[in-house]
Design a protein around this ligand. Structure first.
Ligand SMILES: Cc1ncc(COP(=O)(O)O)c(C=O)c1O
Length: 280
């Protein structure tokens, strides 16, 4: 088992990975990324992450000529790490060049990837979230490296004793978490925000939509105000890293009974079963 990196097709120990200081990813956040989990030696949902990655690339007009090689590097590097339960991060930036906002079409994109053992954050009995204004740009559907508003929101939530920030737009509606999708359950209906450019198309949310069908729950897209979200019977976060995580409190106020709700537990259980069965 070794923590590995891959820089432009070359595998190395993670601590030895080197990236040019003038990479546009560092200077401008000019690139897109994905985070994938591996369970029991298998990359979970890679085809879905790959589809979203390709979409993000198109949306920022970054079209590498070696996309299929990159897909191969991801699989090879993960296999070489021999880490059964891993977090796999990868990004592609527009490349390295002297700082200039506009870019040359001749630039070679830069790939970076890391494989580390999954670090369990020990969430057992659900989490508290803190509402924070959503200060992000108008293309949150792109999984861009520009994460400053997300980072600041999460830190603000942590300072106030919450695990995650619940982002609220200028209309007063809940968009998502700083690194997770936010969903509520009202009666037998899972309510998720409309899949617009205001939120990331979450892969875990895709699974939740499929699981809703299995459990005969309704999956509905509509905006919820912060007050509506808070007063839902149940609420949860969905994301690659923390999977399905029940929300017990919003801004210190209990959601439902103040414990992880029964449907949330059921959805989490079915999600974990799918992982065990490799049904991605
Ligand atoms: C802003 C944001 N929303 C939602 C998600 C959840 O997406 P996924 O389920 O694909 O991990 C993430 C994950 O990183 C995120 O950063």
């Amino acid at each position: 088992m070794r923590e590995l990196a891959n820089v432009n097709g070359t595998i190395c120990a993670l601590e030895d990975a080197v990236i040019p200081a003038e990479d546009r990813g560092c200077l401008f956040g000019d690139g897109v990324y994905e985070v994938v989990r591996a369970y029991q030696g298998r990359l979970w949902g890679l085809h879905r992450h790959w589809r979203r990655f390709q979409r993000s690339l198109r949306e920022i007009d970054l079209q590498p000529s070696n996309l299929e090689d990159i897909r191969g590097w991801i699989e090879q590097t993960y296999r070489a790490s021999q880490i059964p339960n891993a977090t796999v991060y990868f990004h592609l930036t527009r490349g390295a060049s002297p700082r200039n906002h506009s870019w040359s079409e001749a630039l070679e994109p830069s790939f970076f990837m890391s494989v580390r053992p999954f670090a369990d954050r020990g969430i057992v009995a659900g989490i508290r979230v803190q509402s924070v204004p959503d200060l992000r740009w108008r293309r949150c559907d792109i999984k861009s490296l520009n994460l400053l508003p997300n980072v600041l929101a999460k830190q603000q939530a942590r300072k106030l004793g919450a695990y995650e920030a619940l982002l609220v737009d200028t209309q007063g509606n809940v968009t998502e978490g700083s690194s997770s999708a936010a969903l509520a359950i009202l009666d037998r209906t899972i309510v998720a925000p409309p899949q617009t450019a205001a939120i990331l198309p979450s892969i875990t949310r895709e699974y939740v939509e499929e699981i809703a069908l299995e459990l005969k729950l309704i999956f509905q897209e509509r905006w919820l105000s912060l007050a509506q979200f808070r007063s839902a019977g149940e609420a949860f976060l969905a994301g690659t890293s923390d999977e399905i995580t029940g929300i017990t409190h919003v801004d210190g106020q209990a959601v439902g009974t103040g414990e992880v709700g029964p449907w949330t537990r059921e959805i989490r259980k079915v999600y974990r079963q799918r992982i065990e069965q490799g049904k991605d």
